[in-house]
Write a protein that binds this ligand. Structure first.
Ligand SMILES: NC(=O)c1ccc[n+]([C@@H]2O[C@H](COP(=O)([O-])OP(=O)(O)OC[C@H]3O[C@@H](n4cnc5c(N)ncnc54)[C@H](OP(=O)(O)O)[C@@H]3O)[C@@H](O)[C@H]2O)c1
Length: 321
C-alpha cells in the first residue's frame, strides 16, 4: 500500500498522539511556498502540548510540533529570495507533518552552512535565550543565574551572554549529570561565592515550584526573576519577604509574544546574529536519537526520560506509514 500523500501527528485526548491525513498543499499563491518537512525535535513544549499543559490554547485539529526544518518545494511568483531546495524554518507551530503551505514572511531562510538537524533546533531556543537576556536587564559585568543548566536554552544563554560580557552562574537539580551548582538549600550562599562580588541582576527559571523562590533568593536588590518554563509541574512559590525586602520582580516570559513585540529590524538583527553564532561551530547541540515519523510514540517516550541530547523526528522517512 502506498503511504498517504500528507500526514500529521496530532495530540490525542488523553496524553496520547494520533496520525491524521492532512490536505496536500495546493500550488502556492504569489507570496507563498510549499515546504517538505525534514526534521523536528521533540521539545519540552511539545510534551506539554501532548499532556494538555501548554500555556496557550492550541488548535486540537492541527499537527503538533513547535519547530522544525523543511525544504522548499515550490515558490510563489513574488518570492524572489528563496528557491526550491533551500532550507527554511517555519515560524509557526504545526511542524509534525510531511508538507506545509506557508507564507514567505512566516519562514526563516537557513544559511547553506548549517546542518539540517541542527537547523531543526534553531527556531525556538536560541531566540528564547536572546530575548531572555534582553528582558533580564543584565549588562556587562553583571551576573545572572539560570536553572536547568543542562538544557538547550541554557546552552544558548551561555553562548549569547558571553557576547554581552554577562557572567552566567549555572544551577542544576541535585544529582543531575549536567554541570552546575546544586539547586538545594545552600544555593543562595553558593551563588554568592560564584558571583565573585558582581551583582546578580536576574534569574532565569524554567523549573518553577520552590525553585522560583530559591532563584529569587540569589538576586541582589531590584533583581528580576523571569519564569519561562514549568519543568517541575508546580506553581512558582517565592517568600514574600524576599519580594518586599529586596524589591524583586517576578515575571513570566514567552517567546512568541516577546517576538511579536519586536520591530522587524530588531527581529532581522537577532536572526542574523543567531545564524552567525551557529555558523561559527561549537554551538551544536547533542542529538540523542532520530526516529522516523511512524515511530513517534517511541520518540516521545524516549524524550520523556532523562538523558543527554535532543530526540528528533525524521519527517521525510516514509517507511512504516
Ligand atoms: N516560554 C518560552 O517561550 C520557552 C521557550 C523555549 C523553552 N522554554 C522552556 O524552557 C525549558 C527548557 O527547554 P529546553 O528545550 O532547553 O530543555 P531541554 O534541552 O529538553 O532540557 C531540559 C533540562 O531540564 C532539566 N530538568 C528536567 N526536569 C527538571 C526538573 N523537574 N527540575 C530541574 N531540572 C529539570 C533536565 O535536567 P537534567 O540534566 O538534570 O536531567 C534538562 O537538562 C522548558 O521548560 C521549556 O518549556 C520556554
Amino acid at each position: 500500500m502506498s503511504p498517504p500523500a500528507n500526514i500529521g501527528l496530532l495530540a490525542g485526548t488523553a496524553g496520547d498522539i494520533r496520525f491524521e491525513p492532512q490536505p496536500m498543499p495546493a500550488a502556492p499563491g504569489p507570496d507563498g511556498l510549499t515546504v517538505r518537512m525534514l526534521f523536528a525535535p521533540v521539545n519540552p513544549a511539545d510534551l506539554l502540548a501532548i499532556d494538555g499543559g501548554y500555556a496557550f490554547a492550541l488548535d486540537a485539529d492541527a499537527p503538533l510540533g513547535a519547530e522544525g526544518v523543511g525544504v522548499v518545494e515550490q515558490v510563489g511568483s513574488r518570492v524572489s529570495d528563496l528557491s526550491p531546495g533551500d532550507l527554511v524554518l517555519p515560524l509557526d507551530r504545526g511542524n509534525w507533518t510531511r508538507r506545509r503551505a506557508l507564507a514567505r514572511d512566516r519562514v526563516i531562510a537557513v544559511p547553506s552552512n548549517i546542518d539540517p538537524r541542527q537547523a531543526a533546533m534553531m527556531r525556538i531556543n536560541p531566540a528564547t535565550a536572546w530575548l531572555l537576556l534582553d528582558a533580564s536587564g543584565a549588562g556587562p559585568d553583571d551576573c545572572l543565574v539560570q536553572n536547568a543548566a543542562g538544557s538547550a536554552v541554557a546552552h544558548w544563554v551561555r553562548r549569547l551572554a558571553a557576547l554581552r560580557d554577562i557572567a552566567v552562574i549555572d544551577v542544576v537539580r541535585p544529582n543531575s549529570s549536567a554541570a552546575g551548582l546544586a539547586d538545594d538549600e545552600h544555593l543562595e550562599a553558593t551563588v554568592k561565592v560564584a558571583s565573585g562580588g558582581r551583582p546578580v541582576r536576574a534569574a532565569l527559571d524554567c523549573v518553577a515550584g520552590d525553585a522560583t523562590g530559591r532563584m529569587a533568593a540569589c538576586l541582589d536588590t531590584d533583581g528580576t526573576v523571569l519564569v519561562f518554563g514549568h519543568l517541575s509541574g508546580e506553581p512558582s512559590r517565592v517568600r514574600s519577604q524576599l519580594l518586599t525586602g529586596r524589591g524583586l520582580t517576578v515575571r513570566g516570559f514567552s517567546l512568541r509574544p516577546a517576538e511579536a513585540r519586536m520591530t522587524p529590524a530588531a527581529r532581522d538583527a537577532m536572526v542574523a546574529a543567531l545564524w552567525a553564532v551557529a555558523g561559527q561551530g561549537g554551538a551544536d547541540l547533542p542529538i540523542r536519537a532520530v526516529f522516523p515519523l511512524a515511530e513517534a510514540e517511541r520518540a516521545i517516550a524516549l524524550a520523556r526520560t532523562p538523558g543527554r541530547g535532543r530526540v528528533l523526528l525524521d519527517l521525510d522517512a516514509i517507511s512504516g506509514m
